[in-house]
Design a protein around this ligand. Sequence first.
Ligand SMILES: CSCCC(=O)C(=O)COP(=O)(O)O
Ligand SMILES: [Mg+2]
Length: 261
Amino acid sequence: MVVLSVPAEVTVILLDIEGTTTPIAFVKDILFPYIEENVKEYLQTHWEEEECQQDVSLLRKQAEEDAHLDGAVPIPAASGNGVDDLQQMIQAVVDNVCWQMSLDRKTTALKQLQGHMWRAAFTAGRMKAEFFADVVPAVRKWREAGMKVYIYSSGSVEAQKLLFGHSTEGDILELVDGHFDTKIGHKVESESYRKIADSIGCSTNNILFLTDVTREASAAEEADVHVAVVVRPGNAGLTDDEKTYYSLITSFSELYLPSST
Ligand SMILES: CSCCC(=O)C(=O)COP(=O)(O)O
Ligand SMILES: [Mg+2]
């Protein structure tokens, strides 16, 4: 088995979710279709609720910022003029959400609504999150060795907690010391990793970030974070240069902690 030695200065392991702890297929074939199939009904049922109105306001603000993009779908301001107007507004939000999802955008606005929609499915037990088989045993071992384990995903913190709280392995939320999402910054921006280190109270070089996306690995590395790229079934392929440049692992069990037995 290939072994990757974790540098002695590393005290925190920061994990991406999609393509790292969890198969991309679970996100693409189960989580995302659930949104596309249910968003209209969700908006119609929850429209009057404060949380739903906040989600729509955030999506409208994002739509204004996106106005210059090809194919962008605007969300008109509410005029309060009757049922037809409401149905048009809901349809605009549905179209905007589907447009953003067709581009796999990671905006905070989209991720916030998705998180709220998944809540009902997870808490009712209609959905369970999948984790690769090596994830839970490795995380338990790291924590026994004194490592802190954090999550950094584009999925909202609320959605992350749903996944860890309702997984095929049971409720594994207690294995995570904390969560970060795009509210701290985007994963392809190095400043996000500096802010995460500040928030945890460590130096960036105390962190090892595991991700499947080399643009994220590159941003983290620019901030002096240690990185390894995770190669999982169904992940996007890497170029030969990327394969040579990055430390690669295909399972969390390939990480060797000098402090563990
Ligand atoms: C709580 S994760 C749901 C999946 C998701 O919405 C997503 O965008 C995954 O992105 P990641 O940063 O984990 O690759
Ligand atoms: Mg990922």
